[in-house]
Ligand binder design. Structure first.
Ligand code: MTE
Ligand code: MO
Length: 378
């Protein structure tokens, strides 16, 4: 693998692995802004960052169980004013504010119960951005697959995203993942082929020139550096769908693991950190955030807010359904305290008390109460 042409990165990032490059921002920087700056957004890679330098020749092929396979150029996906004249059916650009989170976020804390394998993330493998791009459902409609389709006439039921980058988990092949066709063709699911992040063209780390954004779903399905979209009958058989990102109970260990016994993880569940974010997968809003300063014996409700345009909206209205919610609470802390934050989503999902009860072999989805020990004075 060639790591000689990696892009420049912000010096503040905590680097968890250099090759491939995996890094997260410091906790305080993360909650300083509702929309995470591109520089400080966590970076999760499985190989060297690919180089696409001839954008004119860049194509995404759409193939598989679809009647009219096609190659799409950037101009097809992101029509400039001039090319619009020649595109009879243009693809509208959408901006979707969505929180992306790695399933391995907070893995390090899970290792305290029992060691888990994987990149050792603290609490910042999560970020919120405004993604600009075409809706996947519109792209598929151009190719003859109507909105809200569960199966194509040729039997396609899943949409696979194949990338340009190569990784060792795929034995040198490309990173890939899939989502169900019904989700891909659902306009409400807001699945994007994104070419912008916070109003700027995607940078190399985040998938230039084009990536998938699957809101409300673990980051692993939001494939970067898109090369091909395949309509397939069964779920993608790639490593990251079948041999990773699955929840195994504590009775399963590396010598008795049966990967096919579990489904690939999709939605991410609820979680908060005391430094101030709460997020729930599947587009579910945050109903309440409770804060305790005595380790969970008594609770107070925190204020929640999101940003609408440039102003903060403090009614917890969940105006951006795919985005995290920031919270704030004031409490008087006696000498020492154990601060705990716990969120409830609109479906009534509550965070579990300890990582122990949800410990799993791959160390993913650590949604347990976040506890921070505080000592004042000295
Ligand atoms: N896409 C490709 N092509 N290669 C990758 O290594 N990593 C995935 C996903 N898409 C990955 C990828 C994982 S595990 C996560 S959490 C997100 O991208 C991270 O996206 P980011 O680096 O833009 O934060
Ligand atoms: Mo991830």
């Amino acid at each position: 693998s060639d790591y000689s042409r990696e892009p420049p990165r912000h010096p503040c990032l905590q680097v968890n692995s250099k090759e491939p490059f995996n890094a997260e921002p410091p906790r305080r920087a993360l909650v300083s802004s509702y929309v995470t700056s591109v520089d400080l957004f966590y970076k999760r890679n499985h190989g060297p960052i690919p180089i696409v330098d001839d954008i004119e020749r860049y194509r995404v092929s759409v193939t598989g169980l679809v009647a009219n396979a096609r190659e799409l150029s950037m101009a097809d996906i992101r029509p400039k004013n001039l090319t619009l004249l020649f595109n009879i059916r243009k693809l509208r650009k959408y901006n979707v504010t969505a929180t992306l989170q790695c399933a391995g976020n907070r893995r390090t804390a899970m290792s305290k119960t029992k060691k888990v394998r994987g990149v050792g993330w603290d609490v910042s493998a999560i970020g919120n951005a405004i993604w600009g791009g075409a809706k996947l459902c519109d792209v598929l409609e151009l190719l003859g697959i109507p909105k809200l389709t569960t199966s194509t006439p040729l039997g396609g039921k899943h949409v696979e995203f194949v990338s340009i980058d190569k990784c060792k988990e795929e034995k040198g092949g490309p990173y890939k993942a899939s989502i169900p066709l019904i989700q891909a063709t659902n306009p409400e699911a807001d699945v994007l082929l994104a070419y912008e992040m916070n109003g700027e063209p995607l940078n190399r780390d985040h998938g230039y020139p084009l990536r998938v954004i699957v809101p409300g779903v673990i980051g692993a399905r939001s494939v970067k550096w898109l090369d091909a979209i395949n309509i397939i009958a069964e779920e993608c058989q790639g490593f990251f769908m079948q041999k990773d990102y699955k929840m195994f109970p504590p009775t399963v260990d590396w010598d008795n693991i049966n990967w096919s016994s579990r489904r690939p993880q999709m939605d991410f569940p609820i979680q908060v950190t005391i430094s101030g974010y709460a997020a729930s997968g599947g587009g579910r809003g945050i109903e309440r955030v409770d804060i305790s300063i005595d380790g969970g014996k008594t609770w107070i409700e925190a204020q929640r807010y999101q940003k609408s345009g440039l102003t903060y909206v403090a009614d917890g209205a969940n105006s951006d359904k795919w985005a995290w919610v920031f919270f704030e609470a004031e409490a008087e802390i006696p000498g020492t305290a154990e601060i705990v934050a716990k969120a409830v989503d609109i479906a009534g999902n509550v965070q579990p008390q300890t990582a122990e009860e949800i410990w799993n072999l791959r160390g993913i989805l650590n949604t347990s109460w976040h506890r921070v020990q505080v000592r004042l004075g000295h």
